[in-house]
Design a protein around this ligand. Structure first.
Ligand SMILES: NC(=O)c1ccc[n+]([C@@H]2O[C@H](COP(=O)([O-])OP(=O)(O)OC[C@H]3O[C@@H](n4cnc5c(N)ncnc54)[C@H](OP(=O)(O)O)[C@@H]3O)[C@@H](O)[C@H]2O)c1
Length: 330
């Protein structure tokens, strides 16, 4: 399936952020906060921000009232119910329902109230479990999904497709980005439901603090994963919003991967834990490998700038600062 069929020319107004009213849905999340940092650094657009208490994106009527009142010109959909393998396995109903509702309500109201440009954040889990590696955009809907996060993946595929249909049927420039696994400041550190990097940072840190001789890690350590710092992703999103005719969906990643064991070794070094690492193979590994083909976005002139080791060290400092300030998300 080719994500880049020809399209009617994009309305000129949508090609840039300058002077626009920009709504970042999910601005308090890890990705949303990184987008706000970048947009504030640009300083050339008006930000519209609402947290969940002010605007629950599962409430269709409230979302429509917000769009009718504020009429955002550009929208970044970074709001979602997100979590690690354990959370996805435990709460499939909420992962499908919430993420479907967030996508449907924001896209429909954006269309109804004249939003010129919208970028929807999906995830690399939309691709089949046995997709060729590195995974090209064309692998979408070519095979069964990874069962441990199927609910979340289905909702993201629906969001991606709805963007494509609004563009094809109404010429509205709604498009999507498929990031690889992300990490960075403001991540979520729940002991069971966090993604692998925040889970490892917390576990090694607490083991060092309490003088434990070893740390037990989930799975076999052999799956290979790709990681991208969230600030690099935010740059890629703003870069894509400046392209006059972007693909319907596009992969964003670092283009390199490593085993979970190698990652754990890096995190152990960053946290200064000197004890033993033990893998528990009774816990799920998830898909064996997930490396994105990023040649398409590279061809548009974007490249990541934050090496993994450097990003992990900075993220550990952010974790320590959030703990000290009592603002750790968990
Ligand atoms: N993290 C990754 O590794 C990764 C990888 C690939 C793609 N992505 C994509 O990036 C996007 C953001 O992920 P993230 O890591 O930034 O997640 P996150 O840190 O959990 O942020 C999600 C944000 O969405 C908000 N939200 C959730 N449900 C909402 C609702 N019903 N109404 C209003 N706000 C709601 C949350 O609000 P609260 O603060 O109130 O909870 C939170 O601020 C998602 O679309 C995800 O698919 C993430």
């Amino acid at each position: 399936m080719n994500p880049a069929p020809p399209h009617p020319p994009a309305p000129e107004r949508a090609a840039t952020l300058r002077g626009r009213r920009v709504f970042v849905a999910g601005h308090r999340g890890m990705v949303g906060a990184a987008l706000v940092r970048r947009l504030r650094a640009r300083g050339d657009c008006e930000l519209l921000l609402r947290d969940r208490a002010q605007l629950d994106l599962r409430d269709a009527a409230a979302v429509d009232r917000f769009f009718a009142a504020e009429r955002p010109e550009v929208v970044l959909v970074a709001a979602a119910r997100v979590g690690g393998i354990e959370a996805n396995r435990t709460f499939p109903v909420e992962f499908l329902e919430d993420n479907l509702a967030i996508a449907l309500h924001t896209l429909r109201s954006a269309f109804r109230h004249g939003t010129a440009r919208l970028l929807f954040l999906g995830s690399s889990c939309i691709y089949p479990r046995e997709a060729p590696q590195p995974i090209p955009e064309e692998a979408l809907l070519t095979g069964p999904l990874e069962p441990t996060n199927e609910a979340y993946a289905l909702a993201k595929i629906a969001g991606l497709k709805l963007c494509q249909y609004y563009r094809r049927q109404h010429g509205r420039l709604f498009h999507s980005v498929m990031p690889t696994n992300l990490y960075g400041p403001g991540d979520y550190y729940h002991p069971q439901h966090a993604h692998v990097i925040p889970a490892l940072l917390r576990r090694f840190h607490e083991a060092r603090e309490t003088g434990q001789p070893r740390v037990v890690l989930w799975g076999t350590g052999t799956p290979r994963r790709e990681f991208l710092h969230v600030d690099d992703l935010a740059d890629a999103c703003l870069h894509l919003l400046e392209l006059p005719d972007p693909p319907d969906w596009i992969n964003v990643g670092s283009g390199t991967d490593l085993t979970i064991r190698e990652l754990a070794e890096l995190v152990r070094r960053v946290t200064g834990f000197t004890g033993e690492m033990v893998f528990d193979p009774t816990r799920p590994d998830g898909t064996p490998r997930k490396l994105l083909d990023v040649s398409r976005i590279r061809a548009t002139g974007w490249a990541p700038r934050i090496p993994l080791a450097e990003g992990l060290a900075a993220t550990y400092q952010d974790f320590l600062a959030a703990r000290a300030a009592g603002t750790l998300r968990e």
